[in-house]
Design a protein around this ligand. Structure first.
Ligand code: NAD
Length: 589
């Protein structure tokens, strides 16, 4: 199937520079005599222009060339006032391949030694040899094609490529999900038949969504929906918009949702979805058409009793309202329960906004009880000051903790006497960062992670606590607000050093718990007060925490392995209870 791939900003810069060598760019032309090959000229100039080491420039060139070699179609976005996505003609794409070859380390098409002689003639000649006159190939046409191509590349805002080559990300998150399942399966002595089933999703859909863009062109976006396992109930999981999204990533996320809903004891399975698109490049109207198109494409396979999506990276409450509306139009009456994370005035739940962080706070309270830490005055450092980080800092402050450091992508601030989370947020809203907050000292994100404190809440990105940082962590408790902030190697080190890690599938499960409450309220068509939502969240997540803690003590494993064991066991038991030998003929007794 065709996959859509964008050139990164750096790769786009490289293509433009290639084009510059063929435009009458006096600066480059004057310098050109000092280089021996086109490859060397391009890499060196790029490295100087962008201030990066030549070996990094070489990597950018290599990845860009690979994408162009594998391209079936290439689209170039023109700047204002046109701002259209223009397809390269077959001739232009062929010429781009010749250009690509010309700048490669070992050119195969361009004649040797052509660099110092007339570059345009050399390119036209190579084009003529390889694509012949059928490709529009006498010297005149080739020169004209090159001129048009160079013009398009020089002005391009971005370049989109359609390729038949399967897209993969490294490391592949599905591989990680399989490894975690293997560990839990081994510890549980899991039935091999069940293990086989749990390695794969129950169902996966690929949909192609045509969208009329603001410029009048049609673009087709690829979307996915994976329903991993529904042994415990309807599948549930967010929708992610990302330019590099792959089916394997969505599958891994759907597996993790299966374990997250199971560990918290919700009567739900796990799913996930998403669209390979760059929402930052799209207007709101385009995003609405895309979201509604996706809703129509998957409408037959979702529903309040089958599969219930929610927001995830780069999707919002407003988008959930569009999906709900589109689905309701198809069904014929308002079906609020088809998605969660909606605005409160169209079936959203009170308390959903802060739910993830409130869950983090409740799990910290339980961990503190278990470790005999007095939270009154306990010191807390929070990495990331977005939705999860800010509310976690605020709620922990409200129960008496002292927030001594917080950070965002620009750096962190620290004050051993304590920070006021609300005032820090006001400062961030005004200036765009927590940095430079009054009465505080600047610290880096690394310093924040390694601070002397009782509780560390990583609430930004994955892979923040690594093998190197793990040995320097001084916190007694690490509560994973973010997904995957501690690497598996770091996890082992922390466990051996006696640091108590509350794993992501438990610590940040408050979001999906309140999403479940939203479903319940939608089905009853009766809505709870915020206090009721909070009380039920506390009850659910506290019970989950204590179930995981018992499992961890019983098997002498860390909290993460215990959480996976508990989740996999609950799903496996449900599969066996529902289907018995039909699901696993190996089962005896
Ligand atoms: P967000 O975009 O609102 O906030 C992210 C914050 O991290 C921002 O303050 C950003 O500046 C900061 N950040 C980015 N790079 C950083 C870096 N290198 N160092 C320090 N800070 C950095 O996102 P969010 O909704 O708060 O989500 C944060 C994490 O929590 C993600 O891993 C997400 O998957 C996970 N999560 C969120 C929810 C939820 O309900 N929002 C639920 C479960 C898990």
């Amino acid at each position: 199937m065709l996959n859509s791939v964008e050139l990164s900003a750096r790769e786009l810069g490289m293509v433009k520079l290639m084009a510059d060598f063929f435009a009458e760019n006096p600066e480059l032309t004057a310098k050109i005599e000092s280089y021996t090959t086109a490859h060397y000229a391009l890499v060196t100039t790029y490295s100087e222009n962008f201030g990066i080491p030549p070996e990094d420039a070489w990597k950018v060139l290599e990845s860009m060339q690979k994408k162009i070699d594998e391209a079936e179609y290439v689209y170039v976005k023109a700047p204002e006032p046109l701002k259209k996505l223009l397809p390269l003609s077959r001739d232009e794409l062929n010429m781009l391949r010749v250009l690509n070859d010309y700048f490669s380390e070992n050119p195969k098409l361009a004649p040797a030694g052509s660099f110092l002689s007339n570059r345009t003639d050399a390119l036209a000649e190579a084009y003529h040899w390889f694509y012949g006159s059928n490709g529009g190939g006498n010297g005149e046409v080739a020169r004209e094609t090159l001129k048009n191509l160079v013009e398009k590349l020089q002005t391009a805002i971005f370049i989109n490529i359609e390729t038949l080559t399967p897209v993969i990300t490294t490391p592949n998150p599905y591989e990680a999900a399989l490894k975690q399942l293997d560990i839990a399966a081994q510890k549980l002595n899991l039935n091999p038949g069940i293990h086989e089933i749990l390695k794969r999703p129950m169902r996966a859909f690929i949909v192609n969504i045509p969208v009329v863009m603001d410029d009048g062109n049609i673009r087709v976006f690829t979307g996915y929906r994976v329903q991993y396992n529904d042994a415990l109930g309807a599948t549930k999981g967010g929708i992610r918009y990302h330019p590099e999204l792959t089916l394997d990533e969505v599958t891994a996320l759907a597996a993790w949702m299966t374990w997250k809903t199971a560990v918290t004891g919700l009567p739900l399975g796990g799913g996930k979805g998403g669209i390979r698109c760059n929402p930052k490049e799209m207007s709101k109207a385009e995003l609405e058409r895309l979201t509604r198109g996706y809703a129509r494409a998957i409408a037959k396979f979702i529903g309040p009793f089958t599969d219930v999506p929610a927001p995830d990276v780069y999707t919002t409450a407003e988008m959930m309202a569009w999906i709900m509306d589109e689905y309701s139009e198809i069904i014929g009456y308002p079906v609020f329960g088809v998605v969660t994370g909606k605005p409160v005035n169209v079936g959203g739940s009170l308390g959903r906004n802060e739910a993830t962080s409130r869950g983090v706070m409740y799990t910290v309270v339980e961990a503190a009880k278990n470790l005999d830490i007095n939270l009154k005055g306990a010191t807390v450092a929070v990495q990331g000051y977005g939705n999860v980080g800010y509310h976690a800092a605020r709620l922990l402050h409200e129960i008496g903790c002292k927030i001594i450091a917080v950070s965002d992508s620009k750096g962190g601030v620290c004050n051993p006497e304590g920070l006021d989370p609300v005032k820090v947020l006001e400062h961030k809203d005004k200036t765009g960062s927590v940095v430079d907050y009054q009465e505080s000292k600047f610290i880096t994100n690394e310093q924040l992670l390694e601070m002397e404190c009782d509780i560390l809440v990583p609430a930004a990105l994955e892979n923040q606590v690594t093998e190197t940082t793990a040995t320097n962590i001084k916190a007694k408790v690490v509560a994973e607000g973010a997904n995957g902030p501690v690497t598996p190697e770091a996890d082992e080190i922390l466990f051996k050093r006696g640091v108590f890690v509350i794993p992501d599938i438990l610590a940040n499960s408050g979001g999906v718990i309140v999403s479940y409450f939203e479903q319940v309220q939608n089905q009853m068509n009766y809505y709870w007060t915020e206090e009721e939502v909070r009380a039920r969240l506390k009850d659910t997540i506290t019970r989950a925490f204590n179930d995981v803690l018992s499992m961890s003590k019983q098997h002498n494993v860390n909290m993460r392995t215990a959480a996976y064991m508990l989740a996999v066991k609950r799903v496996a038991d449900a599969m066996l209870a529902r289907k018995g030998k039909a699901v696993s003929p190996i089962v005896t007794g």
